[in-house]
Every structure is written in structure tokens, then in C-alpha cells.
Design a protein around this ligand. Structure first.
Ligand SMILES: Nc1nc2c(c(=O)[nH]1)N[C@H]1C(S)=C(S)[C@@H](COP(=O)(O)O)O[C@H]1N2
Ligand SMILES: [Mo]
Length: 298
């Protein structure tokens, strides 16, 4: 039997809010891994970072640019109620609740590497559902070629949005085949509990073979389209951040090398590790880019 990390990790010291609301008083007796999905063959066997590391070293510019800003300020974001507008080229457009998109019985645990374009990395035990299933439920129309995502825009709760740090709201996009790939998930939890706000509550994208900025947080809009969507970082600095943003140790960022990475938590003497092609997921995803020049389509 494969032990889930959540089985050996003490429960986070906050209430399992969603299960409580969903199941009422009965949920008070729910086990610590109530939000833990089925373990997955797609998971890495590398040791996950601690909950402490995962929730205190974040990029979430809606709450400021320092790594500790999200942990300090994301609590102001109200995540319940929440709805995700699914639209564009789908048969069943509409406003979906988080539990419609990621019902309890469909949740899976995915322990993925996360490689930030800045040159650091972590291993995170996500809980979520494959995006492919969500798109299938919405009914993707034949002409659709891309999926566009948008983060919540609510400057009164997201203090960074009061400043023009980025062109708000944060936007990202995937090619449809990337969105349908079994590694691509919408996460609603980590370490067996609901997603902390600083990690993109209540629902965020996780695309483990791409630089972290593609994994957009706190999603309110998913749109199927036949045109390549505008992505925030790409629009701001196209020479530095491409639409594809596949992790690639051979294609350097104009201002730094991407050959190596620093694993958060490795300590002072941890040293840098070699970055792997497609962040180590080449066997699963390289075929998506057959015939493409990845130095050009970075
Ligand atoms: N809306 C939004 N999504 C975002 C970001 C952001 O600033 N805003 N930062 C991205 C970047 S650069 C990274 S590395 C990851 C970090 O995810 P984590 O904080 O859960 O580790 O979130 C990504 N998603
Ligand atoms: Mo990042």
C-alpha cells in the first residue's frame, strides 16, 4: 500500500471548512485526510516540502511582491462564496461552484515538482481534479483551440491590485491539448486540506512541466477560445516570458541561467540541482511539442 503524505503529516491546525459546510455537523468527526484524494501514479516520489515552506514562500502579486506578503495578506480575500464562470466555445456555459468543478469523490492527490522561472523549486502535494474532466463536463466545441484563465479582481481585498504591479486581473492560457493533458489539474487543496489563500484558494491551476507563473491562482473565469489568449507575464515582457513557458534548462532567461535551481528548504549547504527538461515530465509531455523549436516558442 502506498502511504499518502497526508497520512504521515499532522493535520494543519485549522478547520476543514469546506467539508464542514458540505456535510454539516457530521464532518466534525471527519478524519484528517478528509480532503485527501486518491494517490496518483503521476506523483513524484521526491520528498514534499513542509506545509510551513509551501505556505510562507509564495508568489501571489495580488498581495505584494515579497515572498512573505501572500502569507501575511491573503487572508483578506473572501473565498466563500465563490463561482467560476465557464464560457466561450462550450456547450454548457455557466457559473460553476467549486464543489461542482471538484467534487469530493473525484479528488486525487498529485505530488508535483513546482519550478519557478526565478530559479527556485518545491515539491507540493496537491489535491485536485484533472482539468480534462472539467472541460469535458462543460462540453468543448470542435473549433476551440485554447483555454484562457482569469484570477479574481477585487482590489479592496487584494491590496497589491491597488498598484499597477501587473496588468490586473492576472491572466493565463494553455493550448487545448496542454489543458487536456492528464498532468494538468485544478487544485482545491494541499496536504489533505483546503487550499490556503496564499496558494490560490479556493481553486487554482497546476501545470507541473511549465514555469510556475502559468499555474494561475484563485480562478474566476475559464474561457474556451480559438485564439491564443493573452497571458499577463507574456504581455508585459514578451522577450522574457513566453506563452509556452515550458521548463527548459537549455533555454536561459535573458537575465539568468535556467540550467539549475535551488530547492526551497534544502538549507545553506543544499547546493543547486540541475533543472530537468519539462521539469522532469518529458516522458509524459514531450510529444505535445514535436516539431516545435522550443528556443523560439519559449
Ligand atoms: N493570480 C496569480 N497566480 C499566480 C501568481 C500570481 O502572482 N498571481 N504567481 C505565479 C508564480 S510566479 C508561481 S511560482 C506560482 C507559485 O505558487 P505557490 O505560491 O502556490 O507555490 O503561482 C503562480 N500563480
Ligand atoms: Mo514563479
Amino acid at each position: 500500500m502506498k502511504l499518502r503524505w497526508s497520512d504521515v503529516t499532522p493535520k494543519a491546525d485549522y478547520l476543514n471548512r469546506r467539508a464542514f459546510i458540505a456535510a454539516g455537523a457530521a464532518a466534525m468527526a471527519a478524519p484528517a485526510w478528509a480532503l485527501t484524494g486518491k494517490p496518483s501514479a503521476y506523483s513524484t516520489d521526491q520528498k514534499p516540502n513542509t506545509l510551513e515552506e509551501i505556505t510562507n514562500y509564495n508568489n501571489f502579486y495580488e498581495f505584494g511582491m515579497d515572498k512573505t506578503d501572500p502569507a501575511r495578506h491573503a487572508g483578506a480575500m473572501v473565498t466563500d462564496p465563490w463561482s467560476v464562470e465557464v464560457g466561450g466555445m462550450v456547450d454548457r456555459p455557466g457559473s460553476y461552484g467549486v464543489d461542482d468543478i471538484a467534487p469530493q469523490n473525484a479528488l486525487e492527490e498529485r505530488i508535483y515538482r513546482l519550478r519557478c522561472v526565478e530559479g527556485w523549486s518545491m515539491v507540493i502535494p496537491w489535491i485536485g481534479v484533472p482539468l480534462a474532466g472539467v472541460l469535458a463536463k462543460a462540453g468543448v466545441q470542435p473549433g476551440a483551440k485554447f483555454v484562457a484563465f482569469e484570477t479574481l479582481y477585487r482590489p479592496e481585498q487584494m491590496r497589491g491590485q491597488a498598484r499597477p504591479i501587473l496588468d490586473w486581473p492576472y491572466r493565463e492560457g494553455l493550448r487545448l491539448d496542454e489543458a487536456m493533458h492528464p498532468l494538468t489539474i485544478l487544485a482545491t487543496g494541499l496536504y489533505g486540506d483546503v487550499l490556503p489563500n496564499q496558494n490560490g484558494a479556493p481553486i487554482r491551476l497546476v501545470v507541473p512541466w511549465k514555469y510556475g507563473f502559468k499555474s494561475i491562482k484563485s480562478i474566476v473565469k475559464i474561457t474556451l477560445t480559438d485564439r491564443q489568449p493573452v497571458a499577463t507575464w507574456q504581455a508585459m515582457q514578451p522577450s522574457e516570458y513566453g506563452f509556452y513557458a515550458n521548463v527548459n534548462p537549455q533555454v536561459d532567461h535573458p537575465r539568468w541561467s535556467q540550467a539549475t535551481e535551488r530547492r526551497i528548504g534544502a538549507g545553506l549547504f543544499g547546493g543547486r540541482e540541475e533543472t530537468q527538461m519539462f521539469n522532469g515530465y518529458a516522458d509524459q509531455v514531450a510529444s505535445l511539442y514535436a516539431g516545435m523549436d522550443l528556443a523560439k516558442d519559449y
